[in-house]
Design a protein around this ligand. Structure first.
Ligand code: ADP
Ligand code: MG
Length: 239
């Protein structure tokens, strides 16, 4: 079980206004939830709060029905994948994928098996000895996803993972992500500003505006019955 529940989350950075005033959001176990909204509306901040990389000013985060508000990122059942890959340039692909497990002192046999499994899932088997600089953008993003997969998280958090890729590659990676979701059955929370990604990947789209939820629903609901002009402008049909 890996549902995520945000209750009364408020976030204010030092000296600033509320970036997120009062967020309540329940994300179902195994769902693919996509967060969309204009730049600066608080999408990344919200993901970072779920991951534990950022502390909420008020409110609570629970994962698997357990309050994790005070827990470190490593204690939460989550893994985050960033737009910028954040790979170690001096390490091979295999070492990059392995790194977190080494830190966590996972036994060598198990680590080896998990690296091999992730490489198979992500079509990286022929690239395990290469350094990140010798990879394409899509391959680098696969390595970043591989690092998340080997941690076996119940919840994957993706922050615009495909936005550095060209259009053709983005389409291919989108299909791969959908397959990965099917195979792993994990909960995925995915930030994008790409309407096609949102419409095709999501079971549920959450449209944010100014740190609030403007509307949440299935892609079809939002497309056919946008509740506001703002939502219509973002993903809906014209109204
Ligand atoms: P999004 O991901 O939707 O583009 P962010 O969550 O990155 O938005 O940012 C939301 C708001 O919070 C923006 O106004 C941004 O400038 C502000 N913000 C984000 N991180 C910080 C920070 N560390 N310190 C101060 N303000 C921040
Ligand atoms: Mg962002």
């Amino acid at each position: 079980m890996a549902d995520v529940t945000l209750t009364g989350i408020r976030k204010r950075f030092k000296g600033g206004a509320d970036v997120i005033p009062d967020m309540h959001l329940a994300i179902d176990d195994g769902s693919f939830t996509v967060l969309v909204g204009p730049s600066g509306c608080g999408k990344s901040t919200l993901l970072r709060i779920i991951a534990g990389l950022e502390t909420a000013s008020e409110g609570s985060v629970s994962i698997d029905g357990r309050d994790v508000t005070q827990e470190e990122p490593s204690e939460r059942n989550v893994a985050m994948v960033f737009q910028s890959y954040a790979l170690y340039p001096h390490m091979s692909v295999a070492r990059n994928i392995d790194f977190g497990m080494r830190l966590a002192k996972v036994p060598a046999e198990e680590r080896k098996a998990k690296v091999a499994e992730a490489a198979r899932l992500l079509n990286l088997e022929d690239y395990l000895d290469r350094k990140p600089a010798a990879l394409s953008g899509g391959q680098r993003q696969r390595v970043a996803i591989g690092r998340a997969i080997v941690r076996n998280p119940g919840v994957f958090l993706f922050d615009e993972p495909l936005s550095n890729l060209d259009a053709a590659l983005r389409n291919r990676m989108r299909v791969e992500l959908a397959e990965l979701h099917q195979r792993l059955g994990a909960t995925m929370v995915y930030v994008t500003h790409d309407q096609v990604e949102a419409m095709t990947l999501a079971d549920r789209i959450v449209v944010m505006n100014g740190g609030r939820i403007e509307q949440a629903g299935s892609p079809m609901e939002l497309y056919t019955r946008p509740s506001t002009r703002f939502v219509a402008g973002f993903i809906g049909s014209p109204r």
